[in-house]
Each structure stands twice: as structure tokens, then as C-alpha cells.
Ligand binder design. Structure first.
Ligand SMILES: [Zn+2]
Ligand SMILES: [Zn+2]
Length: 1223
């Protein structure tokens, strides 16, 4: 086998043998393929770092490049046979070396760059960064080349051509994380690979020692490239990249043929003429032999990437595969644990109880590492001493702490190569054990004593003692357990069992001995009596607790057993061997790792507890149990009146409250009190187990204590049970306390219940109501007697507040309070229910209907409401309600609303007049009255606003007109009754002011004079005084412009008219615009007898006369003359003067001819419903546009009306929503 190579991912193993390349599956040695492309022996193989290509070189001078799918893709040649080749680790560059030249080739190159070299190249290796290539020459020279092939360093070695360099390798100090755990999973079966000629089942290497705890992070200085060189001068040397040698040559006693780094460069594996494969530290210290076969020289070695498999190719064609594992070498003294690392280091660590999980791979600062530079074979620790046996000496270290730094200082060396099975260090001695012989040396290596025993020694344990006189416990193969003192030549037999001893341990106080025999049984003996105390099977190792005499643990068969005294052991799953048991912590060695396992001692503690062995349970608890375990222990002890343990336990968990209890009980005991039941009662009371406590108190004859306890707890009902029935006063007292507590408590529900129980319903209801407990409120209300009106009223009050109206109504019903019930329905606007109630009890109808109408009015449903009343045949009700509403509005000075309501009222009266003949006259009278009032209040609203608010939207003329209109309404002969509510003074005041400013001095003077006769609010008085003084400087007449003209007779009327709103001459009533209150050019006319309204309307509509406006348009150049013509021609005009002076009002009466002559656009008809007749008006000045509301029939200047409708969306007087506007 000339060469072997792994694919970087470890999935292929290439083997060069003969002129073939054989590919194996390394997992089971299956042959994958045989590649036959070379015509001569294949010497070398090399896989590229990325695993996509590999190259082979052969004696046939060819280099062949293959893909990982095993197809050859390229071939080039050298002049001589190819000796070695290597892929650059960072690029696809391939170095191929022949006898007298080497080539550098990369896929992008067309040709191979070849460099001549004077001597045969035997080996080559790239640095990890791919910058340099080291060539080992047959002449013993090492040439370090750049990646371009230039020679950078040439190392001439002293051996010269007598020491051909045969193998070299750069330490590829791999930067990626070390593989920490693979050594722990090497339970896999050894791998078998079929070689070319034969196969070997390899057992792998199990050197004597060891541990695989070797993955400390790389130090920075380690990353420097180190070149390992083997030559046939039988040396192993190391060089830096700069050519300087590191250390000295290590002598080999064979010709090395192959060198490889193993396990991330921590070790070297070298094979050669000695037919062995040896393991060295990376510094070159020999560590052990991996393979030793009869298959001839070792020619090549390959380490499977990322594993601990080493494959070796031998001269005779055999390939062996080895699994490398290291034994554990370690020593433990209490929690001081020393172990071997990387085979040559010793690490000492405190398995400190503060660290929960010890991960020996992590450097947490609790470790001390000692570099021994040699294979560590044995380690022993005792107190501050550490003994390490190396290949040729024993070094004794002493632990020292200097300047806060802890370290081990070598104090003695015994330069002697010992063969021994066991090494033990004591304070002043080193004891070596070889089979049945035990030798004691001084620290200087002077032999002091030998013991020859009857059988091989299987186990030694130093059990302590004075310095220099320590005792040791020995377990022999023949079953003997001996005790040997370092200074005593005579062993003492302690026991002898039938089978050989594997492990043993002595209890803390040295009264008991645990022995594990070869039958995996743990025997525990009393040392004094030699009596076998108990046995446990399935035990491979055992350890006594170092803090508790009765506890031990043992391991075996995947379980850990913890045993306290003679109780059954507690089992739990655990792999590994127990090696120590400290408190609640068990040290366990599993595979190659030491673990500290925390095992709560709860179970054994409870075993003692169950037997009332409190002291023992406490001892166990001290080793480490949970808080709740402590709690249980303390309570159990307390319960059993074991105050000593209870006190200790309470102290431990810092429960001061219970400590006080224990203290007080103990004090009472001292004073001679001895009623256990009483103590028990106190204990249970402390635990809030009141029922128990009360029972104990009663048993002790102290029922009063139970009563007091329950009273303190406010558990009055329970307290009552313990009150002696013979004493009624006590019972009362209890009730008093209860009530008192209830008052101050923050538990209102309880308090309420108590008040109820005490018959204090009102107090209870207040609490219940304020907390909003509807259900409770209702329960109470239902239970109450209906005579208890006060309580029921309270219930109802709260229910209403809580909006539980149905319940509230129920309460009112129970009380028989119909009015309250109805008012409730009204308040919650449950009108249907309210109406239904009023139906039965009509005496409350005002209580319902008025608010109902009010509500409807507020919600703009006034008409609906009225309609509803009418529908229900409640016309008089509707009227009544409306009257009430109107009165309210007046009383509240909402004159605008009052006007509106009066208008509504008038219309209702008209409706009634139409339907109910008996009331017709009365209703028509009312109609007129209400119409008038509607107008008065409507108008007064403006005056009120003017006097109440500093600004008014009305023009001075309008206000003047309004005031005058109002004055005429309320002072004239037609003034209705009931307007006394309108402040006359305000109207006069407005009139006085406006009159003066407009030049109506006479009127103003009249108003001021009138005002002086009235009692006025103070705020007006000064203004009026001032006004009446200044008015005197004005002329005693009114401006003629202001005086209204009668459109019928053309008489100019005075501003103040004794007749009210009609012409002083013809008595024709003025028609006012209901916005500006100017007189409109309208004259009312009536129909001749015999003409019905229908006919009149028809006649007007069928008027043959074309509209006047057209004529205006045609003849506007001479309007004046045209009008004159019209006046003369118009038959209506002719009838205007049909009045008699000084007499009563005689309306203009028209016949059919006149009607026919009228223009439809000039006529306004108030189409009153029956029994009223229509009212007809003719516009005498058609150029003045007039509009009439078709609902209330009020007249307006068309422009004003449109504006108001636009602003209010309805008629200002009757509030009818304007259809016109909507259009
Ligand atoms: Zn007149
Ligand atoms: Zn109207």
C-alpha cells in the first residue's frame, strides 16, 4: 500500500495499491470501486480540500485528476515517475512532484508550471493558508517554496543525504472549533476493513491510561505553522516557517515512512520500519502505540477527518483501521479532582459545590493545568499533594496559594521508571502497587518499606491519619480487606469475603465498611462486630457520604442507588461510576468525563421521617434537601412535639414565626404546663388548620380558646359553635364583635349579610346598593315585608340607579306604589308600559302624557305625538297635554316654543271644531285666541332677545315694527287674555328706543311716558330716564316715512293706532309680513253670497286675464301710464272704496265677474279647513313679491321668507318643513 487518502467529508477511502486505486466505504470497509487508469504503480493520492477532485500520481509518470464521482477527467505527465502530490488547501492548485522536477497546476492553466529540482522529492506539504509548499528531498534537504514555485527557504539538515527526508507535514492548525464530544461516543464497534490480501480485526489501542478531555481552545501562538519532519536518520524534528528548528530532534528507533497529525493537530501519528504506528504529542513526546502488526513496514497513514479513526497501510498490502481511545487517568481526594488532558497535561479542579454542572471542557477559571511534557501515566491526589507518574519519573507537586493565585509547585521528583498498577500519594510518602506487592517510598524516592500480600491488590484507598502515619485500606483479589499504616510493616486484616474485591469505602466515622465484590454486590459491614449489615446487588462502585455516617451511594447497571441506613435504597437512572459522595452531590465518572450530580436527599429524609426518626432525618436534610422538604421536616417534628429538631429546622429555613411558637411552648413547658392537646391546638392554629386546632382546644377543655380564635378570625359562625350554650351573654357579646368587625371590614358582602342577619336592613341595603349587587338587592327586596316601605323604597332607589328597571318596577308593585311605578316607566321612557298603566289608573295620565309629549317634542316628534293621541281617540288629552306644554314653555320664557305650541293648539282646536259639533263654537273661539297668542309669542320672542342680548339680528326698522305690532296686539281691543306674561315694559322699551332712532319721536315719547308708569327692572331704569330726557329735545311728531298707508283707502295711518292693526279710516285689517312686520300690500276680500270657496278658486284659476307681469314687460317704457290704465279698468279696484267712514269694518266683496278678472298670481288664499271658510287676499302691488306659508298661511316678503327657510329649513312660524326648499 503506497498511499491512502480520505475524502475530506470522510465518506471515501482511497487506497493506492499496485497500479490500481481502490475506493472503500470507510464505515464498513465495503469496496466501492477499483480504478484502473495507471499503467504502473500508483505512488500517491491527494484529495482537494473541497472534496470535489482528487489526484493520483504513478510510476507511469502520469498525474490523473478524478472527480469524487470517480471519473478521470484530466491527465498530465512529468518526465519521471510521480513521487508525491498535494492539493493546495485554499485553492484548486495541485502540486505534483516527480524525481527531478515538480509541477504546479490549476484548472485555469493551460500547461503545468514545472520547476527543476536537483534531487528526488520524497514528500510535500502545503501550509494551511496555501501560501507555501514544503518539499522533502532525498538529499535530506527541505525546500520551502512559494505557491509560484520559487524557493523561499532552504533547510540543510546535519544528516545530509544520509538522512533522506521521508515524510513531512505542516500542522494545519485548524481554526474551527474542536470536536469536543466525539470521544464520548466511541462505543461504536471497531471498524473492520478488508485489505487487499487479508483483513484484520483490529482492537484499536487502549493504552493504559486515560482521558479524552482534550479540547481546550487553541492558543494564538499555536496557530503558527509548524512543520513536522521525519527522516531516515531516525529523527523527528519540528521547524517554523522561517526555517528555524523548534526544540531538538526526537530520536526514533526506526525509519519513519509516514507522519500525520491526529485530532486537530494535538498529536502526531508516525509509522515506519518498526511495523508500528505510534502516537506522539505534537511536541514529539512518545505517548503510545496505536498498531503493531506483522504486516511489514507502515508506508502510509490516514486519519479519518473529524473522527478518532486511524487507517494504516502496510507493506504487504494490509490496511488496518484503528479506533483510538484514551483511558482515564485521574485521582480524587474529596472534591479535588485531578485528571489527564491531552495525554501530557494534568488538570486539577475543585468540584466545587457552588458549580452545579461541571463541564470539564469549559475553562471556568476553577482549573489549574500542569504541563508535564510527557505521557501522564498515573495521578494521585491527597490533601495538598499531587503525584504524577510520567514515563520515566514521578513528580510530586504541592498546592500553594500565593498572592491570591492558586498553583501546584513541583516539590519532589523521583527519577525512576516504575512499573506499577496503582500509585498512591500520602503526606510524606509515595506508595506504589504492583500486583501483590506494595512499596512505600519517601518523597525523595528512597524505598522505606515493602509489603508482600497474599493476593493481587485490587483497590487502595488512603483513609487518612496523622502525617507520615496514614492508614490505607486495601482490597485484595482473594477477598481480603486489609488496613495498612504507612509506618507499620504489618497489615491488619479487617475482613475477608468470599469473592475478590473490586472497590471499597469506609464510612465517615469509620464504623462501617462497604465492599464491592466481583459479583457486583455491595456488602456493608460493621467494622467493630464484622457483622454484615446489608447487601445491595448490581453495584460496581460505592461511596460513603463524607458528611453523613449512614448514607452511601453505589452505581451499576445504569442505576444509582442511594441508601440511608437500613432503609430500602432509592434508585435513579445514571450511567457511570460513583467515585465520591459529598453532601447532596455525587461525583460520577462516565466514559471519560467526571460529572457532579446533585441528588436531593429528600427520599432518604422522608424514610427517617416516616419512622419519626427526626434527628436522623435532620442529619440527612443537612446534606441538601429542598425548601419544602425542610418545611415538611420542621412541621412533622413540631407536630410530634420534637421541639429540638423543629427548632433547628425552623432556624434553617428562617421561619421566625414558628420559632417564636416553639419558644413559647417550651417556655410554657418550663412553667409546668403539660397539656399536650393545648400545644397541639396552638400548633394547628399557627398552621391555619383551625378546625383541628379548635378540636384540640375543646379536648383540652379550653373551648374559650377556640371561640377567641374564631372571633379573631371573624369566623363568628364557627365561634358560636364553641360558645358554651349556657351563657347567652357571651353569645350577644360575640354578635357585637361581629357587627363591629363588619362595620370596619373591607368585606362589604360579608358585612351586608351580617346586617341582614341582624335585621339592619337599611344599612345592609346601602352597602349592597353602593356595591351594585343587583341579585342580592333583589333577594332582599323579595324577602322584605311589603309593609317595610322604607327598606323597599331603598331597594327601588338602588335598583333604579343600577338601571335594573324591571326589578325596580317589581318592588314598586310589591309596595303598591302605582305612581312611583308609572313615574319609573316615564323616566325610562318605557311609554307602552306607562300608557298601559295609565289605562288602568287614569288619575296619573298627566304624569305620563305631558312628559311623553315633552319627550316627543324634544325629539321633533311633536306631530307624531299629536297624531298618536288623535288616533287613540284622545283628542282632548292631546289638547290638554299641549296646553300644559305651552304653559310650561311660557313659564320658562321659551316664547319661541310657546308661539309654536299655541299655533299647534289652535290647529287642534280647529280639528276638534270640525269633528265635534257640540264643542264647535268653543273650539273656534279657542282657535282664534290661540292663533293670536301664537303670533304674540312668536313676535315677543324677538323683543325678548333684543332686551336680553346686546346684539340682535333684526334691523332697527324691523324691531320698530315688531314692537309696534306687539303693542297693538296686547293693548288693542282684540288683545286676548292671558298675555300678561309678556313683559309689556320690554316691548315699550324696544319701541321707545327704536322709535327715537328712526325719527318716530311722538311714538317714542309716548313709549317713554308709558314706561314711567311701570315698575321696571333696575337695569332699565337709568336708560329709560336718560331716554325720556333726550326725547324731549325732539319734535313732537313722527316721521311721515314711517307711518303706514292703508292699501285699501290710501289713508296714512298714525304710528300709534287706537284700533290696533286696522286702518283708522276704512277699518281694513293690515296684513303684516311675519318677518319684517311691515304692512304688506294685501287687501282681504270676501265672496258674494252663493259663491262657494270651490267655485271661487275655480273662477280665479280660470281667470282669462293674462298675468300682469307680462304686460309690464311689454310696456315697461311707460309703466306709469300703464298702471293708471289698469287702475281704471280693474273691477276689483273699483270695489275697494265700498266702505262707509266712521262705521264698522265692511270687507271688499267680490262677485263672479270680479273673481274671473283676478290674476291668479295676485291672489293669496288661506285655505282653512272646515268649518272655517277660506280667506282671500289680493296683492295690490304685484311688484312687491309676497310669499305665503301653505301650512300656517302667514304672509311674508318673498325674499325674507326664502332666506328664513334657507336658514331654518322650515317656516319660522309654524316650523313646517318647506317642500319648496326641498325641491
Ligand atoms: Zn283704510
Ligand atoms: Zn307657516
Amino acid at each position: 500500500i503506497y498511499d491512502i487518502a480520505f475524502k475530506p467529508d470522510g465518506t471515501q477511502l482511497l487506497v493506492a495499491t499496485g497500479n490500481k486505486i481502490i475506493v472503500y466505504d470507510p464505515t464498513d470497509g465495503t469496496l466501492v470501486q477499483t480504478l484502473r487508469a495507471h499503467k504502473d504503480t500508483v505512488y500517491c493520492l491527494g484529495y482537494s480540500k473541497d472534496g470535489k477532485r482528487f489526484a493520483s500520481g504513478s510510476a507511469d509518470k502520469c498525474v490523473i485528476i478524478w472527480t469524487d464521482k470517480l471519473t478521470g477527467i484530466l491527465k498530465y505527465t512529468h518526465n519521471e515517475s510521480i513521487q508525491c502530490l498535494a492539493y493546495n488547501p485554499v485553492s484548486p492548485q495541485l502540486a505534483s512532484c516527480a524525481v527531478n522536477d515538480f509541477g504546479l497546476w490549476a484548472p485555469e492553466q493551460k500547461s503545468v508550471n514545472k520547476h527543476k529540482i536537483s534531487n528526488r522529492i520524497t514528500c510535500c506539504s502545503w501550509t494551511s493558508d496555501g501560501q507555501y509548499l514544503a518539499l522533502g528531498l532525498f538529499s535530506g534537504v527541505i525546500s520551502i517554496r512559494s505557491k509560484l514555485g520559487e524557493e523561499k527557504i532552504k533547510i540543510e539538515r546535519p544528516g545530509g543525504s544520509l538522512s533522506p527526508v521521508w515524510s513531512l507535514k505542516w500542522n494545519h492548525n485548524i481554526q474551527f472549533a474542536p470536536f469536543k464530544h466525539f470521544k464520548r461516543s466511541i462505543d461504536a464497534p471497531n471498524v473492520v476493513i478488508r485489505g487487499v490480501n487479508q483483513f484484520y480485526r483490529t482492537r484499536g489501542f487502549r493504552g493504559q491510561a486515560i482521558i479524552g478531555l482534550d479540547s481546550s481552545p487553541k492558543k494564538l501562538d499555536d496557530t503558527n505553522d509548524v512543520l513536522t519532519v521525519c527522516d531516515w536518520g531516525q529523527t523527528l524534528s519540528f521547524y517554523h516557517l522561517n526555517g528555524k528548528q523548534i526544540g531538538k530532534d526526537a530520536k526514533l528507533d526506526y525509519d519513519p515512512c509516514a507522519v500525520q497529525y491526529y485530532d486537530q493537530g494535538k498529536y502526531l501519528v508516525v509509522g515506519g520500519s518498526n511495523k508500528k504506528t505510534c502516537l506522539y504529542s505534537k511536541e514529539g513526546y512518545f505517548l503510545g502505540v496505536i498498531s503493531d502488526s506483522s504486516s511489514g513496514w507502515v508506508w502510509c497513514i490516514a486519519c479519518k477527518p473529524d473522527s478518532n479513526v486511524v487507517v494504516v497501510g502496510h507493506q504487504d498490502g494490509t490496511i488496518t483501521c484503528h479506533l483510538v481511545t484514551f483511558q482515564t487517568v485521574h485521582g480524587l481526594y474529596r472534591d479535588c479532582y485531578a485528571f489527564r488532558q491531552n495525554l501530557t497535561n494534568v488538570v486539577v479542579q475543585r468540584l466545587n459545590s457552588d458549580i452545579k454542572h461541571i463541564d470539564l471542557d469549559e475553562d471556568d477559571g476553577s482549573k489549574l493545568t500542569i504541563k508535564c511534557n510527557d505521557l501522564v501515566k498515573r495521578i494521585s491526589v491527597y490533601k495538598d499533594k499531587l503525584a504524577v507518574q510520567l514515563s520515566d519519573r514521578i513528580v510530586i507537586y504541592q498546592h500553594e496559594t500565593k498572592d491570591g493565585e492558586s498553583k501546584y509547585v513541583p516539590v519532589n521528583k523521583i527519577l525512576k521508571k516504575f512499573e506499577c498498577n496503582l500509585l498512591v500519594v500520602c503526606s510524606e510518602n509515595i506508595i506504589l502497587c504492583q500486583e501483590s506487592k506494595l512499596s512505600c517510598f519517601s518523597m525523595d524516592g528512597e524505598k522505606q518499606r515493602d509489603w508482600s500480600l497474599e493476593a493481587n491488590i485490587r483497590y487502595i484507598k488512603v483513609i487518612g491519619g496523622p502525617s507520615g502515619r496514614e492508614g490505607m485500606l486495601l482490597g485484595l483479589k482473594n477477598g481480603q480487606v486489609l488496613q495498612i499504616f504507612v509506618d507499620n510493616p504489618f497489615p491488619i486484616e479487617m475482613l475477608k469475603i468470599k469473592s475478590s474485591i473490586r472497590c471499597l469505602d469506609l464510612s465517615m466515622n469509620r464504623t462501617k465498611l462497604a465492599i464491592i465484590c466481583d459479583n457486583s454486590t455491595c456488602h456493608v459491614y460493621d467494622i467493630e462486630s464484622k457483622e454484615l449489615l446489608f447487601e445491595e446487588v448490581n453495584a460496581n462502585s460505592v461511596a460513603w457520604n463524607t458528611q453523613n455516617e449512614d448514607m452511601l451511594c453505589y452505581s451499576g447497571k445504569g442505576h444509582l442507588g442511594i441508601k440511608a441506613a437500613g432503609f430500602p435504597s432509592q434508585q435513579r437512572r445514571m450511567n457511570g461510576f460513583v467515585v465520591g459522595y459529598c453532601g447532596s452531590r455525587i461525583f460520577c465518572l462516565h466514559v471519560h468525563a467526571m460529572r457532579a450530580v446533585d441528588v436531593p436527599q429528600s427520599a432518604p429524609m422522608y424514610q427517617y421521617l416516616d419512622r419519626q426518626m427526626y434527628e436522623e432525618a435532620y442529619q440527612i436534610a443537612c446534606l441538601g434537601v429542598t425548601e419544602s422538604d425542610w418545611h415538611n421536616l420542621s412541621q412533622k417534628a413540631l407536630e410530634d412535639l420534637n421541639f429540638n429538631v423543629a427548632k433547628k429546622a425552623f432556624t434553617r429555613i428562617r421561619n421566625l414565626r414558628y420559632l417564636e411558637l416553639v419558644q413559647s411552648i417550651e417556655d410554657r413547658q418550663k412553667r409546668g404546663e403539660n397539656k399536650t392537646d393545648l400545644f397541639m391546638g396552638d400548633i394547628h392554629a399557627y398552621r391555619s388548620e383551625f378546625a383541628e386546632a379548635a378540636k384540640y382546644y375543646k379536648k383540652a377543655g379550653h373551648s374559650q380558646k377556640a371561640v377567641d380564635m374564631y372571633t379573631d378570625l371573624r369566623m363568628f359562625e364557627l365561634a358560636k359553635e364553641y360558645v358554651e350554650t349556657t351563657d347567652p351573654s357571651e353569645r350577644k357579646q360575640l354578635m357585637a364583635k361581629q357587627a363591629n368587625w363588619a362595620k370596619n371590614t373591607n368585606e362589604p358582602r360579608e358585612a351586608a349579610k351580617m346586617y341582614l342577619a341582624a335585621g339592619e336592613n337599611l344599612k345592609a341595603l346601602d352597602i349592597i346598593g353602593e356595591n351594585g349587587w343587583t341579585d342580592m338587592l333583589m333577594d332582599v327586596a323579595r324577602k322584605l315585608d311589603k309593609a317595610d316601605r322604607e327598606s323597599l323604597t331603598k331597594c327601588a332607589y338602588y335598583l333604579k340607579q343600577l338601571q335594573q328597571y324591571a326589578y325596580c318596577a317589581e318592588v314598586f308593585n310589591k309596595m303598591g306604589d302605582r305612581k312611583a311605578h308609572i313615574l319609573l316607566q316615564v323616566e325610562i321612557k318605557n311609554w307602552d308600559e306607562a300608557f298601559a298603566l295609565v289605562e288602568k289608573h287614569p288619575e296619573f295620565k298627566d304624569d305620563v302624557y305631558v312628559p311623553y309629549a315633552q319627550w316627543l317634542a324634544e325629539n321633533d316628534k311633536f306631530e307624531e305625538a299629536q297624531k298618536a293621541f288623535h288616533k287613540a281617540g284622545r283628542i282632548s288629552d292631546a289638547l290638554h297635554v299641549l296646553e300644559q306644554l305651552t304653559e310650561n314653555a311660557v313659564n320658562e320664557c321659551r316664547f319661541n316654543d310657546a308661539g309654536y305650541y299655541y299655533w299647534m293648539l289652535s290647529m287642534q282646536c280647529l280639528d276638534i271644531a270640525a269633528e265635534r259639533t257640540p264643542k264647535k263654537v268653543e273650539m273656534l273661539k279657542k282657535f282664534k285666541k290661540y292663533q293670536k297668542l301664537a303670533e304674540i309669542y312668536y313676535v315677543y320672542h324677538s323683543i325678548q332677545r333684543y332686551t336680553d342680548e346686546p346684539f340682535t339680528s333684526h334691523l332697527p326698522e324691523a324691531l320698530f315694527n315688531i314692537a309696534r305690532f306687539l303693542l297693538h296686539c296686547i293693548s288693542g281691543s282684540t288683545a286676548p287674555r292671558g298675555v300678561s306674561k309678556v313683559p309689556f315694559s320690554a316691548t315699550l322699551y324696544a319701541l321707545a328706543k327704536q322709535s327715537r332712532s328712526l325719527g318716530a319721536y311722538k311714538l317714542s315719547r309716548f313709549a317713554y311716558d308709558k314706561l314711567h308708569t311701570l315698575k321696571l327692572p333696575m337695569r332699565f331704569q337709568d336708560l329709560i330716564d336718560l331716554g325720556s330726557v333726550t326725547i324731549r329735545s325732539k319734535p313732537y311728531h313722527d316721521s311721515e316715512d314711517l307711518q303706514p298707508m292703508c292699501y285699501r283707502c290710501s289713508t296714512t295711518n298714525p304710528l300709534l293706532n287706537a284700533q290696533g292693526s286696522s286702518c283708522i279710516n276704512c277699518h281694513q285689517p293690515f296684513v303684516y309680513s311675519f318677518s319684517s312686520f311691515e304692512v304688506l300690500p294685501l287687501v282681504e276680500f270676501t265672496l258674494e253670497d252663493g259663491i262657494s270657496d270651490e267655485e271661487a278658486c275655480r273662477l280665479i284659476d280660470s281667470s282669462s286675464k293674462p298675468p300682469r307681469s307680462d304686460e309690464w314687460k311689454d310696456n315697461d317704457r311707460d309703466a306709469q301710464s300703464l298702471q293708471m290704465d289698469v287702475v281704471e279698468e280693474d273691477p276689483f279696484t273699483a270695489r275697494l272704496l265700498t266702505f262707509e267712514g266712521g262705521g264698522d269694518y265692511v270687507p271688499v266683496v267680490v262677485n263672479r265677474v270680479v273673481l274671473r278678472s283676478l290674476s291668479r298670481g295676485d291672489v293669496f288664499i288661506r285655505r282653512w279647513a272646515a268649518p272655517l271658510r277660506f280667506q282671500y287676499f289680493k296683492n295690490l302691488m304685484p311688484e312687491v313679491a309676497v310669499a305665503m306659508c301653505d301650512s300656517c298661511f302667514q304672509m311674508f316678503h318673498a325674499d325674507d321668507y326664502e332666506l328664513m327657510v334657507l336658514q331654518k329649513q322650515c317656516c319660522p312660524f309654524c316650523r313646517k318643513v318647506s317642500d319648496a326648499h326641498e325641491d
